[in-house]
Design a protein around this ligand. Structure first.
Ligand code: ADP
Ligand code: ADP
Ligand code: MG
Length: 493
């Protein structure tokens, strides 16, 4: 691997480009017309335009990306997450073009790509799954009968789903067809595939996932687990490592994840997701995310393993030989506690609608144990075409309590003007005693924050402040420090 093309944008493109540069690999960035000034381009040796802003014309445009690789002589492509990362056809097209796809083989991806196929492989590998009905191509009446057999409440899910879309809870027989229609439509729009499945709803579960790394020589490392139960609409907002729950289940979950990965012939980095019913002392396989995940940094913090560098090293033919405590699953390898929150450009006070616009001011938190991964800076444009993730704030400290304190401080020190963000909302979540106690489940936000409103004082006229802030920052350090220290900007998020 001499030259790597990163087929993504935003924070994950920056993250991957940094790793490649550290390893002495030449880099190529790609960009859509909306991203001609994007930050990730500054981190690559070369940049190639790949099309119009709509993802289908650019970041999802496999032929344009392969053409860019050929044109620049790139011999490897890293897809990041989202976009082409889990499209087996794209992995296969790379294989056929003699270009390394940084990820599992197209064959392994096909075995695990759809939730229904992955469940079949899990059953064959002796990995527990949520009881349900997973026949591909089932019609509405078959699914309806299946729901009766599984027993209400049930969860309807898109087989091709991701990011919590195409998912609906059905509590009563009478609601089934209505919910099926809604979920099917959403899945068709989001994934171009309306195939649905039915499974038992596990009440008040935790979401716990195992990060794995595997090489083609049969070495599989389980980099322990992450706790991702703080979710809104089935999408993760806070992620931690290690998990705060279910100690007795760890060895079994680890073994299950490794068996599944081996059965699929999986190589590279991946995540095996489970839901855990703590009361019953049971865990159930959900799906495999056959790619790098948004929340990989919390695992990097507590294990000291650079997951992205290892993705590249595995594809360069290196043998996976992490520290023997990690390879052996010895939890003494874990150092401290790490928490990540996703800073999103959205307005929690207005039903979480995405917020777009130019970033007029941007000041990131700093200090020991704080990592900010982002693809934005002052002057960046937050476009309507893409995911609204602005930045990830990842903290690391000796204990969970210290990590929460550090994260609170970091969020208070994160000043963003120009778009609305979820920072005040996330601060409220961190301050909730239920979060601090660690006794929560995937329904926590829905129960405790359904009625949440921002109690901080209303901001003065935003346009004037934004203009003032952007001027002050440009004027240099004196003004910038008064801006950073000024309480008047606190809570303008
Ligand atoms: P993670 O576990 O890494 O948080 P998510 O399911 O939240 O995974 O998805 C990560 C990113 O990938 C998000 O930006 C999401 O919008 C995107 N994504 C997830 N599934 C798909 C899919 N099937 N097609 C396109 N994008 C997807
Ligand atoms: P996605 O592809 O959107 O990530 P997942 O199957 O991984 O879909 O599920 C996402 C989230 O939805 C889980 O973390 C969990 O909170 C919830 N969920 C999924 N399946 C069930 C279930 N059977 N019972 C209860 N909650 C579930
Ligand atoms: Mg999932």
């Amino acid at each position: 691997m001499r030259k790597l093309l990163v087929a993504n944008r935003g924070e994950i493109a920056v993250r991957i480009l940094r790793a490649a540069r550290e390893m002495g690999i030449a880099t190529v960035a790609v960009y859509s017309d909306a991203d001609a000034d994007a930050m990730h381009l500054d981190f690559a040796d070369e940049a190639v335009g790949i099309g119009k802003p709509e993802p289908s014309a650019s970041y999802l445009n496999g032929p344009a990306i392969l053409a860019a690789a050929r044109r620049t002589g790139a011999d490897a492509v890293h897809p990041g997450y989202g976009f082409l990362s889990e499209r087996a056809e794209f992995a296969e097209a790379c294989e056929q073009a003699g270009i390394v796809f940084v990820g599992p083989s197209s064959k392994a991806m096909r075995l695990l790509g759809s939730k229904t196929d992955a469940k079949r492989l899990a059953v064959d590998s002796g990995v527990p799954i949520v009881p349900g009905f997973f026949e591909p191509g089932s019609d509405a009446s078959t699914l309806f009968e299946a729901a009766d057999q599984v027993g209400y409440p049930v969860m309807l899910k898109a087989s091709a789903g991701g990011g919590g879309r195409g998912m609906r809870v059905v509590r009563r027989h009478e609601e089934f067809h209505h919910q099926l229609e809604l979920a099917g439509d959403e899945a068709l729009r989001a994934f171009g595939d309306g195939t649905m499945m039915v499974e038992k709803l596990i009440e008040r579960p935790r979401h716990v996932e195992v990060q794995i790394l595997a090489d083609p020589h049969g070495n599989v490392a389980c980099l322990f687990e992450r706790e991702c139960s703080i979710q809104r609409r089935h999408q993760k907002l806070v992620e931690e490592a290690p998990s705060v729950s279910s100690g007795p289940l760890w060895p079994e979950m680890r073994e299950a994840a490794a068996r599944l990965v081996r059965a699929a012939g999986y190589t590279g980095a991946g995540t095996v997701e489970f839901i855990v019913d703590e009361g019953a002392g049971r865990f159930y396989f959900l799906e495999v995310n056959a790619r790098l995940q948004v929340e990989h940094p919390v695992t990097e913090a507590v294990t000291g393993v650079d997951i992205v560098a290892w993705q590249l090293r595995i594809d360069r033919g290196e043998v996976l030989d992490l520290d023997h405590t990690i390879m052996g699953g010895d939890r003494s390898a874990l150092k401290g506690h790490s928490i990540e929150i996703r800073v999103i450009a959205e307005d929690p006070a207005m039903g979480f609608v995405p917020s777009v616009g130019k970033l007029l001011a941007w000041s990131e938190p700093r200090g020991p144990g704080i990592r900010v991964d982002t693809g934005f800076r002052k002057g960046s444009e937050v476009a309507r075409y893409y995911d609204s993730l602005l930045a990830k704030v990842i903290v690391h400290a000796e204990t969970r309590n210290a990590a929460i304190d550090r994260l609170r401080r970091a969020l208070l020190d994160f000043h963003i003007l120009g778009v609305k963000t979820n920072i005040a909302y996330m601060l409220a979540v961190l301050d909730h005693p239920g979060f601090r106690s660690g006794r929560f489940d995937t329904g926590f936000l829905e129960r405790e924050f359904a009625e949440w409103t921002d109690a901080s004082p209303p901001p003065p006229e935003l346009g004037a402040i934004a203009a003032a802030a952007s001027m002050e920052v440009e004027e240099g350090s004196q003004a910038a420090s008064s801006w950073a220290a000024g309480d008047r900007f606190r809570n303008i998020v």
